[in-house]
Ligand binder design. Structure first.
Ligand SMILES: [Zn+2]
Length: 274
């Protein structure tokens, strides 16, 4: 469809555009499925960890956690609890460059191949030693902004199966998980019904671009409107949230209720058949 026609449809009927776009995806699960993931980047995210796990347990939902090697070394118990309760650990590097705690002046995409490899490999070893797991998935710190093609051969060399480091909007295959390169599946994170060209996450929606002007109720409503369509049309969607931002004012509890209410299947990235 021509660019202009798409713009008109989006302006007049964003729901229809979203449905049309999402229906072009190959849904790897064949039924309405949602993958919930979290990125633990700061101390305040770690502080929110027990509450996140309590809520997930209450709703009987498993999630993916992109975690940093340094935090796993510092707080092994809470990460171990996540593993014991059936959640998935995603390699989010050892120091999360440019994390203010340990790597304020380093940017992942500016590191050399060997430095990137060391960041990923070291986190992998920490997970193995402290959590007893062999990680198979990766997420670049800050996604698209610091994401580089050089991760794919590194991941392949380490025997990884997937990366989730890009945004669905504009990604090939209409954002469906698909093989990117070196045999690695890329699982782009998704959008929402009224913002099909954005990543629907707590950082972009509530902080950075602030289209919702920090309105938690509107954020939850957008999630509810989106999930209704996912359920009705048997679509696959995945998002990531920052634990600290999403637990404020009951947003996470509301989101988990919405997933359950719509009877949407929840899956981990490792449930994709590689
Ligand atoms: Zn991060």
């Amino acid at each position: 469809m021509a660019y202009f026609a798409r713009k008109v449809i989006h302006a007049t009927c964003p729901e229809r555009y979203f449905i049309q776009y999402m229906q072009k995806q190959q849904n790897p699960f064949g039924k309405a499925t949602y993958s919930l993931t979290f990125d633990f980047d700061f101390e305040k995210d770690i502080e929110a960890f027990p509450y996140v796990l309590d809520l997930l347990k209450k709703h009987d939902i498993k999630a993916g956690f992109a975690v940093i090697g340094k935090f796993v070394e510092e707080y092994p118990d809470i990460h171990l609890r996540a593993v014991d309760e059936g959640h998935e650990i995603i390699n989010h590097t050892y120091t999360h460059p440019d994390n203010p705690h340990w790597a304020p002046d380093r940017y992942f995409n500016k590191l050399t191949y060997n430095e990137q490899k060391e960041e990923i490999e070291r986190a992998h070893e920490v997970f193995k030693k402290n959590l007893g797991i062999e990680c198979i998935g990766f997420r670049t710190p800050h996604y698209g902004n610091l994401h580089t093609e050089s991760v794919y051969p590194i991941l392949a060399e380490l025997g990884y199966k997937y990366s989730s480091s890009t945004a669905a909007c504009g990604y090939k295959g209409y954002g469906a998980p698909s093989e990117h390169s070196h045999g690695i599946i890329e699982i782009p994170t998704g959008c929402s019904v009224h913002f099909p060209f954005a990543i629907f996450d707590s950082w972009n929606m509530l902080r950075k671009k602030t289209p919702f002007l920090g309105d938690d109720k509107l954020f939850v409503k957008e999630f509810a409107d989106t999930m209704k369509i996912i359920a009705e049309h048997n679509l696959f969607l995945t998002h990531y949230f920052d634990p600290y931002d999403i637990t404020e004012n009951g947003k996470l509890s509301n989101i988990l209720d919405i997933i359950k209410k719509n009877k949407i299947n929840t899956a981990l990235y490792r449930d994709l058949h590689f």
